[in-house]
Write a protein that binds this ligand. Sequence first.
Ligand SMILES: NC(=O)c1ccc[n+]([C@@H]2O[C@H](COP(=O)([O-])OP(=O)(O)OC[C@H]3O[C@@H](n4cnc5c(N)ncnc54)[C@H](O)[C@@H]3O)[C@@H](O)[C@H]2O)c1
Ligand SMILES: C[C@@H](O)[C@H](N)C(=O)O
Length: 343
Amino acid sequence: MRTAVLSEDLQLQIAERDRPEPGENEVLVRMRSVGICGSDVHYYEHGRIGDYVVDSPLVLGHESAGEVVETGAAVDDLHVGDRVTLEPGVPCGRDDCEYCRSDEYNLCPDVHFMATPPDDGAFAEFVAWPADYAYRLPESVSLQAGALIEPLSVGIHVCRRAGVGLGDAVYISGCGPIGLLAMEVARVAGAEPIIATDVLPSKLERARERGAIAVNVAEDDPIAAVEKATDGRFADVVIEASGAAPAIENTLDVVRRGGTVVLVGLAADSVVPFDTNEIIDNELDLLGSFRYRHTYPTAIELLANEQVDVEGLVDFEMGLDDVDEAFRRVQSGETVKGMISFD
Ligand SMILES: NC(=O)c1ccc[n+]([C@@H]2O[C@H](COP(=O)([O-])OP(=O)(O)OC[C@H]3O[C@@H](n4cnc5c(N)ncnc54)[C@H](O)[C@@H]3O)[C@@H](O)[C@H]2O)c1
Ligand SMILES: C[C@@H](O)[C@H](N)C(=O)O
């Protein structure tokens, strides 16, 4: 089968690999649609994210959907022909794992996560995956939308972490896929107004289309904008989804007293100055949000009910053979989401 493999010297090339055999609790999925995530592009550019280093050939891609073509002997709830999306993180599930036992499985230290060295991802014609982490898609949900349940899940988890609710003023920095999908979920939760910031007009346009007050922080003062939009109250919830140091620093200036700041964007340099006294004086809840847990069923429902739009994020779709060109397009920074489709 064909796969797109990133070599140790960071060449992204098509390589032939053996088609995997599904284990007894696995399904074999013929891939149909796989999104290109910022982390894929980061590995492509730098060969590492923190301690995860591409020191042997790695199949990228973790936003995936396809069709079941074979099932393991012990799988009885999925069948050949089912359209599925794959949750890319599979925790260890051991009884002695505090996180798996407590159901905070996204925090399992021994998780296997697609396209995170040494675990291969989904830019492959076939992927064998545990059936427990494969979710059937209703007919009304396209395979492209199914693949984008992964970044949508990040948005769901961040809104759950923040407890976004009816009438909350929500400020989101960064209008990439994560910021925009957090915005979609916040809107469904009843947030109003939503103030979104970025430094690129093309990204801000996407936020505006989705009903947000869009602020270009390269030109305008975000603090004044949020003050105006909330009649001086400031934001109930601040979601930082850019990873940019100035935006992270800014979070404390745009949140109301007693409000919540959730950091989801990963900073290139994680040492960002914070006025800790402000956190105390204003009694802020300062939270991190890491991947997601129990979000796939919710995401499928949101899509089936047409409550959120994920396909509107997609700028282009290319075949697996053009994967390198597709990565270069995403690398330019002007697109929100590029997809690889399979015949
Ligand atoms: N915590 C998690 O589980 C998790 C999961 C996925 C992604 N992430 C991280 O979330 C962040 C967003 O992911 P993405 O895929 O949307 O990335 P992205 O690069 O597509 O989007 C980031 C956006 O932030 C904008 N930006 C840059 N400087 C800014 C500033 N000063 N103020 C406001 N916006 C600014 C960029 O122009 C860009 O549009 C990344 O740091 C990514 O690594 C975290
Ligand atoms: C969650 C996922 O989208 C992210 N890129 C990660 O590897 O953690």
